[in-house]
Design a protein around this ligand. Structure first.
Ligand code: HEC
Length: 286
């Protein structure tokens, strides 16, 4: 079943031209990216894309809103908040490593850091802070790291994503790497992210409607019902990189390292593409 559905989808793509635009600036890319979805789904206001697939699927949206009324992530979220507030052995806490004590800063991440010439993700910075203060870093992708990040992200809810790609060789190279990942075909099934979340956004694959990539990273970390285990209040949480790994696996491509350079670049590109849409985290998903 699985193979057939994807193969059919693949056939519909063969005629498609390579999608990598020529040396446009990030601002021009963003304009084109948005315009593509605005044309594909006329009448949907930009900010609605913060709801992922539910922006374009009103039946599913109702069921989802019912879930969000008593959010399955609540207990884990509180644990993340407590972790954030807990003092380190040296008396400091996570707040000491971030601008504004870590509150209301999600919209600026991932952030290009001039000094090191690298992109910093929120989760990467949480772990860097723990290490710097002699604490044990958290496991990547899920669990407490995702819960703390979800709590921090929630304090930015209502603020528009505002990722900066400065006119700097290194920043532009990381951006280009992320863009390349998004449009490059990979895996045994030879799909790019764009094939599913752009060319086929709104179409079904297996039993799922494919979400638009516009707005993809407004609401992370997410809580997925698929990941949730009864009695384990952190189990459903996953970071952006956990989700990337899952989507890579769907097309039988080898997932890459969480917080490695490739996924950081992809996160940088994809979050930039959602600039101007309000943060809305955490959100539950199927
Ligand atoms: C074969 C199709 C397919 C490909 C290729 C694919 N995905 Fe997905 N992706 C899905 C499906 C199905 C879902 C779950 C339904 C949805 O939200 O689209 C999903 C969900 C997601 C989500 C979560 C959306 C949300 O609102 O929480 C993100 C982010 C995402 N994909 C990113 C990517 C990225 C980045 C790539 C490339 C590395 C990629 N996907 C490749 C099928 C695909």
């Amino acid at each position: 079943m699985r193979k057939i559905a994807l193969a059919t989808l693949a056939l519909s793509l063969i005629a498609g031209l390579p999608q990598i635009a020529q040396a446009k600036t990030p601002a021009e890319d963003l304009k084109d990216f948005r315009a593509y979805y605005m044309k594909r789904f006329p009448g949907i206001p930009l900010n609605n894309y913060q709801d992922g697939v539910y922006a374009i699927n009103s039946d599913a949206k109702e069921a989802w809103e019912n879930i969000e009324e008593f959010p399955p992530w609540e207990e884990g979220f509180e644990m993340g908040k407590r972790f954030f507030d807990t003092k380190f052995k040296n008396g400091k806490s996570l707040a000491s490593c971030f601008k504004n004590g870590g509150m209301g800063i999600r919209q600026d991440y991932p952030m290009f850091d001039n000094k090191s010439g690298t992109v910093k993700t929120l989760e990467g910075e949480i772990n860097a802070c723990l290490k710097k203060n002699g604490e044990k870093p958290l496991k990547l992708k899920k669990g407490m790291l995702a819960a703390v990040s979800a709590y921090m992200a929630s304090t930015s809810n209502g603020k528009k994503l505002n990722i900066k790609v400065p006119n700097d060789k290194k920043a532009l190279a990381i951006y280009a790497r992320g863009k390349q990942h998004f449009y490059a075909k990979r895996g045994q099934l030879n799909f790019s992210c764009a094939n599913c979340h752009k060319d086929n956004a709104g179409n079904m694959v297996r039993a799922e409607t494919l979400s638009p990539a516009l707005g993809h990273l407004t609401h992370f970390p997410v809580w997925r019902l698929k990941w949730e285990k009864p009695g384990k209040p952190l189990s459903g949480f996953g970071t952006t990189h956990r989700r990337f790994a899952g989507c890579n696996q769907n097309i039988r491509a080898k997932p890459m390292k969480a917080q490695g350079e490739e996924y950081k670049a992809l996160e940088y590109f994809l979050t930039y593409m959602s600039n101007g849409i309000k943060v809305n985290a955490p959100a539950s998903r199927k």
